[in-house]
Design a protein around this ligand. Sequence first.
Ligand SMILES: Nc1nc2c(ncn2[C@@H]2O[C@H](COP(=O)(O)OP(=O)(O)O)[C@@H](O)[C@H]2O)c(=O)[nH]1
Ligand SMILES: [Mg+2]
Length: 304
Amino acid sequence: MFFNKLKENLKKTKESLDIKMSNIFSNKKDIEEVIDEIEETLILSDVGFETSTKICNNLRKDLKKQLEKDEKAIKTLLRKEMTDILMAEEIDKVDSIELNQKQVILVVGVNGVGKTTSIGKLTKLYTKAGKKVLLAAADTFRAGAIEQLEVWAQRNNVDIVTGKEMQDPASVIFDATKKFSESGTYDVLICDTAGRLHNKKNLMDELEKMKKIIDKNIGEDIHKETIMVLDATTGQNGAIQAKLFTEKTDVSGIFLTKLDSTAKGGVVFSIVDELKIPVKYIGVGEQIDDIEKFDAKAFVEAII
Ligand SMILES: Nc1nc2c(ncn2[C@@H]2O[C@H](COP(=O)(O)OP(=O)(O)O)[C@@H](O)[C@H]2O)c(=O)[nH]1
Ligand SMILES: [Mg+2]
C-alpha cells in the first residue's frame, strides 16, 4: 500500500529511468557496453556525473565476482549500489519525530523550494506523534509569508510566533525561543526563514545570527537541527545551490520537495553523495499529508 503510493508519486522519475534501462537490456550487447549505457542513463536522469561513475565502477567490481550477468542479476546489483550511496549518510538512530527530547528545528533554503509547506507537513507529523509544536514565522521579507505560515498553524491547530513584515527576522527567533523555553509546555519549535538568494551574504549572515540566538536562548539539553529544503525539480542546479548553505550552516538533514512533479528524482543520489548529508523527508505533493520519511531502499525500488 505505502509502497505503491510511493511508486505512484515517483512515477515521472521511474518512467525516465526504468524505461531507458529496459531499452538497454532489450538490445543484447556485451556487459561493458551495458554498464556504459547504464552510466549514461544515470547521468541523464540527474544522478550526477561523479555519483553515476561511482555507482557504475562499483557495479563493475560486483559483476567480476559474480557468475550470472543477466538483466535480473545486474539490476539487483545496481539497486544495491544505489541504495548504498543513499545509506552512506546515516540518519540519527532515533527518528527525530519519535525522539523523547525537546527540539528546535531551523528550516532553511532558497525562495520557493517549499519551506513553509514542508513545515506545515512536519507539524502534522510531530502533532500526530503527540508532540506540542510551536511555529516561528521568521520569513519577514516576503509579502504574505507570515500569513502563509499562520494558515498552516491553524490547519494544525498549533501556536505561532509572528513579527511584522520587514521586521528583523532574528527578533522573531528571539521571541519564539523565549516563549519556547519560558512556557516549558512545547516539545518542538520549528522556525521558518527567508530565502532571498539575490543577496547571498546577507542571507547567510541572517541565518548565522538566528543560530546564535537559538544557541543562546535554548539549553544544551535540547536537540537542535537545521533542515535544508531542496526542490527536486531543479535537479543538478539545486544541488549546486545547496552547497552554498552547507558551506555556512551546519545542515543536519535534507527535506527534498516536489518529487511528485519531476523526472529529476535521480538528484537525490548526488545530493547525498556530494553534500554528505542524509535526506530525511521527501515532499510528494502540495497537501498536508504529502510527506514521506525517506527510506533509501523503498526509494530505489520505486524508481528502478
Ligand atoms: N508538487 C509539489 N509542490 C510543492 C511541494 N512542496 C511545496 N510545493 C509548492 O511549492 C510552492 C512554494 O512553496 P512554499 O512553501 O511557499 O516555498 P518557500 O518559499 O520555500 O516557503 C507552493 O506552491 C507549494 O504548494 C511538493 O512536495 N510537491
Ligand atoms: Mg515560505
